[in-house]
Each structure stands twice: as C-alpha cells, then as structure tokens.
Design a protein around this ligand. Structure first.
Ligand code: UD1
Ligand code: MG
Length: 453
C-alpha cells in the first residue's frame, strides 16, 4: 500500500448557490457538506488532509481551526489549479494523494475504501471514481476507446452531442501518484470553454506519458452527486435520508413513512422502536427498544425503553423506561426523568430532575427543580425559579401532592408527603407530611352581586 494523504478542493466560488456563504459550509443533515467529506475521509483511515481554500475563507478556517493543513488557491482558476495549490503539502507527504471535491458528501467511507483498494491493486498512477448516470446532468463524461480503456474526460460544457450521450461520469474523486502529478503539472492548460485549468485533463496528460490511468465504476450512482445548486442540496438530503432510514429499518427499527422522517447519522435506535411520520431526531441521540415516537423532535437525548412520545420536543435530556410524554411536552436542556412517568399536555421542563412515577399531566412549568418519587403535579403548577436576576432551585419531596395553579417560589424545600392546596403560593420550606395552604381566603357577599359587578 502506498502512503496516502488527501486534498479536498473547497476554494470554488459556488456561484450557482447564489449565496454569500461558502457553498461547502451549507449543511446537509445537521452537518456542513465539507464536514461530511472530511469525516468520510478520516473514517476511511486517511489522517493527513489539506483543504484547498480561497484567500477569503475565514469562515472555513474559523470553523475547522487546526484540524487541517490549509492550501490557499489565490484565484479560482479551476480544479486542476486548485489541486496544484496544495503542491507544498503534497511534496511533504509523498506517495499518493486522494483528491475529493468539497461539495460531494455522498462518497462515504465504504466507497472510499473500495475505490482505494481497486486503485492500489490495479497499480494505477491516476485512478478515478465514476458511475453511470441516466438522467440529464452536467458532470464530466468518461471517454473510452473500443477496448474500454479510458482516454480522457470531457466536461459537459465542452462535449459534443455524441459525448453528451455517454452515461459514465466523473465523481470528482481521484487517487493520484504525487511525483508523477507534479512532474507534469506544467502541461496543464486552460484552453476550454470555461478558461479553467481542469484537473480532469490530467487523465490525458498521464496517458501521453505512458502512466497508467483507470476508473473504478461504482454501482451506487448517488455518490457522484455534488452540490452545485440548492436543488442538488435537496437531492443530497433525500439520498442521505434514504441511506440512514434504510439502515435503521434493516437493523430492526420500524419507520412508518421514511420519506417524512429525518434521523441524523450518529443517532442510535434499538429494535422494535416505531417511528411515526414528522419525526426529527438529531445529534448524539440514543434511543432504546420498543418506544413509539409520534411527530416529535429529539435532539442529543437519551431515551430508554418502552416509552410513548407524542408531538413533543426533547432537547439534551434523558429519560428511563415506560413513560408517556405529550402530546406537546417540551424538555429543555439538562432535564432528566426516571421510569413510569406521565408528562402530559403543555408541560415544560428545564434543568429539572423528576424521579420515578411523577405525574405532571397538564400545563406546568417545572424549571430548576428536583421532584422525588410519585409526586403529583397539578394542572397549572409553576416553579417561579427566576427572580429577575438569578435562577433558584427547589425540591419537592416524594409522595407530595401539589394542587392546581400553585406557585413553587424558589428556592423552597417542600418536604415529602406534603399536600399543597390548589392555588397556593409556596414560599417557605415545609416539613414532611404537612398540609399547606397559601392563598387569599374567599369572600362571599351574599345578595350583593349587583353592587359589586
Ligand atoms: C467537477 C469535475 C467534473 C465532475 C464533477 C463532480 C472538473 C473540471 N470537473 O465539475 O468532471 O463530474 O466535479 O462533482 O474538475 N474548486 C476549487 N477551485 C476552483 C474550482 C473548483 O477549489 O478553482 C473546488 C470547488 O469548491 C468544488 C470542487 O472544486 O468543491 C469542484 O468544483 P466545481 O466547480 O463544483 O466542479 P464541477 O463543475 O462540479
Ligand atoms: Mg461540483
């Protein structure tokens, strides 16, 4: 095996996106396109990566810091010129360079590994990844002779009618011998319709030198999809969605309507969990077995087994087993609940820890609070945790009953088995087993209705 480093081309103008942002920083499935590309490369075992960037690439440098070696392409004169802008990096590395387009996130780890082993076994000096595409497209066409040997690549813009009919196209992924590349770098010209230095022209140049060129045609034609327009972005979203959902379904997760379910790549879901349409699951979420999830959004959270979650949002929180959540519950970050809870309609949790068996069935705000086992939170209960300057934390002891529309004015310690009467303002700590009533006594003026109305 040769020593392999990677160069990722990311200095293009991205004109077709019609945006002020660098195209490679547009996100697909929660991650920048460029991050998909570099993660795939790292996953395939290539450690040294140089990003070819434009001089005005502050956003890219800020995002990635020291993770990569930056090679600057002073002016965007084409993909060949872009690769040669990484000359110094390539000279330092030696061996072979894996070249990827920063706008093609679907060349995944498996594909990279297969491609590289094909290129290495065939001892090619320049090998590229191709695929057959049967719809109208603007990729480079692979021109072969009658023996099937690759002669050159012609860009769609430069191609004649016959060449445009060729279905085999270039993915923009290459493995190239660095010494040979640099030795004939001077031969690259820009006499084409775009007046650019095309990386693809090295195919012909290498052939003229008698170097061995080849193409590995993958079955999965989706890998060539590059993001040039926002239409491509949507297409790539769809492909990623299909790949991820199919993998999950094959591993035992039921997804009722995969077209309308969005689950990011790093999410882990256990078998026999059923996901209904309109669900978004992202970040580093881990979900156990036999849950039912209806139209919900779950972000970087840990969900146990046998829960039912309906039309709710759960952010950076965790839950155990056998709970029923929603409809319309909202777990804000740093909340955790135990097992067998009921968190019902319009209940909001924030940095709240609720132990096993707690019930908060409707309309409550539980922020900065520790609620112990089997507490019943009535409708409209609020923890008044913010005094305008600081947040305060409260505790509600086990087996307590907090009547409807009560305010727990934090910080307060409600002892276990406390009974708080409906409509109370709880401002003082209560010992275990207390009865608390903190509200204005009702006045009833008999026969005075007309006077007071
Ligand atoms: C390129 C290929 C085409 C292939 C397609 C696959 C060439 C000439 N054409 O076309 O054969 O089918 O990719 O997606 O290589 N870039 C720079 N500097 C530049 C120009 C481009 O860094 O001066 C970067 C871009 O940021 C992008 C990548 O190179 O990430 C590809 O450039 P792009 O303009 O998208 O090339 P395509 O027209 O897609
Ligand atoms: Mg492109």
């Amino acid at each position: 095996m040769s020593k392999i480093s990677a160069v990722v081309l990311a200095a293009g103008k991205g004109t077709r996106m019609r945006s002020d942002r660098p195209k490679v920083l547009f996100e697909v499935y929660g991650k920048a396109i460029l991050s998909h590309v570099t993660d795939n490369i790292k996953d395939a075992g290539i450690e040294n990566i140089s990003l070819v960037v434009s001089p005005s690439s502050d956003e890219i440098r800020e995002k990635y810091g020291d993770s990569f070696v930056y090679s600057v392409q002073e002016t965007p004169l084409g993909t060949g010129h872009a690769l040669l802008s990484a000359k110094e990096f390539m000279e330092n590395m030696g061996g072979k360079v894996y070249v990827a387009c920063g706008d093609a996130p679907l060349v995944d780890e498996g594909c990279i590994r297969q491609f590289i082993s094909y290129a290495e076994e065939g001892e090619y000096d320049l090998c590229l990844l191709s695929a057959d595409i049967f719809y109208k497209n603007s990729y480079g066409r692979i021109v072969r002779d009658e023996n099937g040997d690759m002669l050159r690549i012609v860009e769609t813009k430069d191609a004649n009618e016959e060449e445009r009919k060729i279905t085999e196209v270039n993915s923009g992924t290459y493995l190239i011998d660095i010494n040979k590349l640099l030795s004939c770098a001077g031969e690259l010209q820009s006499n084409n319709s775009q007046k650019e230095y095309y990386l693809t022209d090295f195919v012909e140049i290498f052939r003229n030198h008698g170097y061995k060129v080849g193409a590995y045609k993958t079955e999965d034609s989706d890998v060539v999809l590059g993001v040039n327009t926002r239409i491509d972005l949507a297409k790539i979203n769809k492909v990623m969605q299909r790949r991820i959902n199919e993998e999950l379904m094959l591993s035992g997760v039921s997804i009722i309507d995969p077209e309308n379910t969005y689950i990011e790549k790093d999410v882990i879901i256990g078998k026999d969990t059923v996901i209904y349409p309109g669900t978004f699951i992202s970040g580093k979420t881990v979900i156990g077995e036999r849950n039912e999830i209806f139209s919900s959004r779950i972000i970087s959270s840990v969900i146990g087994n046998d829960n039912v979650i309906e039309s709710s949002t759960i952010e950076e929180s965790s839950m155990g087993d056998h709970s029923k959540i929603g409809p319309y519950a909202h777990f804000r970050p740093k909340s955790s609940i135990g097992n067998g809870l009921k968190i019902g309609n319009f209940v909001e949790l924030k940095n709240a820890h609720l132990a096993d068996g707690v019930k908060a069935s409707h309309h409550a705000y539980l922020g900065d609070v520790d609620i112990e086992e089997d507490v019943n939170i009535g409708c409209g209960v609020i923890t008044a945790n913010y005094d305008g300057e600081n947040k305060h934390r409260s505790r509600i002891g086990r087996d307590s009953f907090i009547g409807c529309n009560s305010n727990i004015v934090s910080p307060v310690n409600v002892g276990e088995r406390t009974f708080v009467a409906a409509g109370s303002n709880v401002t003082e700590d209560t010992p275990p087993g207390s009865f608390v009533i903190g509200r204005v006594r009702q006045e009833t003026k008999v026969n005075k209705k007309h006077r007071y109305r």
